[in-house]
Design a protein around this ligand. Sequence first.
Ligand SMILES: NC(=O)c1ccc[n+]([C@@H]2O[C@H](COP(=O)([O-])OP(=O)(O)OC[C@H]3O[C@@H](n4cnc5c(N)ncnc54)[C@H](O)[C@@H]3O)[C@@H](O)[C@H]2O)c1
Length: 336
Amino acid sequence: MTQTPRVLVTGGAGFIGSHLVDRLVADGHEVVVIDSLAVGREKNLTQSLRTGKCSFHRADIRDREAIASLFEGVHTVYHLAALADIVPSIEKPEEYFTSNVDGTFNVVEAARASRVKRLVYAASSSCYGIPEKYPTPEDAPIRPQYPYALTKYLGERIALHWGSVYAISTVSLRFFNVYGPRARTSGTYGAVFGVFLAQKLAGKNFTVVGDGNQTRDFTFVTDIVEGILSAAKSDVRDEILNLGSGGTYSINELCQLLGGTIEHIPKRPGEPDCTFADTTKAQRLIGWKPQTSFQRGVQIMLEHIEDWRDAPLWDAQTIASATKSWFDRLGESATV
Ligand SMILES: NC(=O)c1ccc[n+]([C@@H]2O[C@H](COP(=O)([O-])OP(=O)(O)OC[C@H]3O[C@@H](n4cnc5c(N)ncnc54)[C@H](O)[C@@H]3O)[C@@H](O)[C@H]2O)c1
């Protein structure tokens, strides 16, 4: 093995993927990126593409023939490609299943055929649903509340199973509420930062769900990248590790740090009042500890606020209509 082997990042034009690619290129790797641009943007890769060490392939992981040859000579696969929103997963479950489950199957099969040595799967803390225990450890019960959460969990099972049966050294990392520059600015109603930053730029109220006392384990993207690389470099295999900030912060605290006025919108079914990762396993097995405080992370977001200038501007009415299927479908069935 050379010191800086060729690696492949699926979903590399997306938010977390592009930060990972930048770091891998900076570390001297030759990086192959696969992304369908369903959500990601080639622009996110500008810095890495300029170096000549990164090649971008617009391809869909649902199409195994289109991606198979790109795995040749690859040592490590970082599998981040997925559809990653809640509401569309309720409205179009088949797209989520084919991208996140069938797509993962295609990725591990391509990895197997090319004798890839190491695979890192980007899993989601949404598999815990509404946890009973905080901070939440990796062995907490699995209770997905909507199709996105289920499909990510099924992808995790596939990746770990292929890892153990076909000797691809595999580790699965469950991310908690990642934020940072390049977080998606367009399209469907989604993560709180994008919604609030566009509202702040327009001088509008922050649309706070419920009473705003719910808390999230907001984890800064560069810390997640560090965790991904620490896991990849370690000899840990067949394991699941939580990657979270080690803290949990309320939406009201976020509003205070961003500065602005608030209006309340209804609480949504199936959403936990708290997400909070127990990260002792990651600390113990890969020596990873996040470095970015929430205050510093929010400050960095404010320094990049202009990136949200063209993002959709949501208000209570447009959110109510965009999330209608969430309330209609999950209102009755969400398990609490
Ligand atoms: N952002 C978070 O808070 C968070 C939390 C938990 C897990 N994750 C997981 O981390 C990964 C990256 O998330 P992100 O926040 O960067 O999202 P993102 O949407 O910015 O990135 C995902 C990328 O995958 C690409 N993609 C989607 N379907 C594809 C397909 N069929 N073929 C090829 N490419 C496809 C998209 O175009 C996008 O660039 C995802 O797997 C997500 O489930 C993210």
